[in-house]
Design a protein around this ligand. Structure first.
Ligand SMILES: [Zn+2]
Length: 302
């Protein structure tokens, strides 16, 4: 099984934008969006005016064929070339890493297991202003911020454990964004990814303004309706406790509103905020949902 990588070199200098799908094999929006992109580049519906576009539609081909998140190791953790290759994914690392080494900007397309719509994971307060501006140009309303500051690192594997595609690319100087296109089986997930790719190209001034795809782009989401939720706390599933309703990712809750009911009473929102990535099927003791509050975007002053 091979990893297919496609390059489109415009003849005018510009940025190198890397697009990835299928880093997790059971997430279908990325492969579908990039496959449409490549066919539209071939037909001329999408045309580049400058720069280089490089695309990997399916980063983990065996996991994709098996419709599973990964085969032996999560490709989006411990991502770096390894001398000793013990797992299937270890053989993918050098291919993915050299692909990322040549990128100025990365857009990595994913989907997730909770019910809900598209959002972007931003870094934290240290995010580069250009990266935040790139993320906000993708046509998405919702952003989650400060994940690694609130819950990251300190893990058993140290820094390398949390190193996925975006962390690897950023360490290399690139701007890097993961777009979660919605629940794995949302009907519009691939379209969300495809439109985000076009917007990414337009933002980097790589998309020829007279091509069919450029003419189809609308204004997207106004900056003032974009929401940035900062992670505050994590809740673990307790026995005999249930959600008071089928929460969806980014649902708004008011201070004092019941989130969970159980034998010991209700658990209420500590302040006005949002439910993040609720997992109704979580087993007792597992991460159940996160709670966050709306704030300003990082680097907002820039
Ligand atoms: Zn994923």
């Amino acid at each position: 099984m091979t990893v297919k990588t496609v390059f489109h070199h415009s003849l005018a200098p510009g940025k190198t934008l890397a697009i990835m799908g299928g880093v997790h094999g059971n997430e279908y929006c990325g492969p579908a969006a990039t496959t449409k992109l490549l066919s539209d580049l071939d037909s001329g519906a999408v045309a580049l005016q400058r720069g280089t576009l490089q695309v990997i539609p399916v980063a983990n081909p065996r996991a994709y064929a098996q419709k599973t998140r990964f085969v032996e190791r999560n490709l989006n953790r411990y991502l770096y070339p390894k001398e000793e290759k013990r797992h299937y994914e270890d053989h993918l690392d050098p291919v993915i890493c050299s692909f990322l080494d040549s990128a100025d900007v990365l857009l990595d397309l994913h989907s997730y297991a909770s019910q809900g719509g598209p959002f972007v994971f931003l870094g934290g307060s240290q995010s580069r202003p250009e990266e935040v501006a790139f993320a906000r140009a993708l046509g998405v309303r919702d952003f989650v911020c400060g994940w690694s500051e609130a819950f990251g690192s300190g893990g058993k594997g140290g820094d390398k454990e949390s190193q996925g595609t975006t962390e690897y690319a950023r360490a290399n100087g690139a701007l890097a964004v993961t777009l979660e296109c919605g629940h794995h089986h949302n009907a519009d997930a691939a379209d969300v990814g495809y439109r985000a790719i076009l917007r990414a190209l337009a933002h980097l001034e790589m998309l020829a303004p007279d091509c069919e795809a450029a003419r189809s782009l609308d204004v997207g989401v106004a900056a003032e309706s974009q929401r940035c939720v900062w992670m505050k706390s994590v809740f673990y599933k307790e026995a005999e406790c249930t959600f008071v309703k089928p929460w969806q990712h980014f649902d708004r809750v008011a201070r004092g509103e019941a989130i969970v009911s159980g034998a010991k009473g209700e658990l209420v929102a500590p302040e006005d905020g949002h439910i993040i990535l609720p997992k109704a099927s979580a087993a007792t003791g597992d991460e159940w949902f996160f709670f966050g509050t709306e704030g300003t975007f990082p680097s907002a002053e820039a």
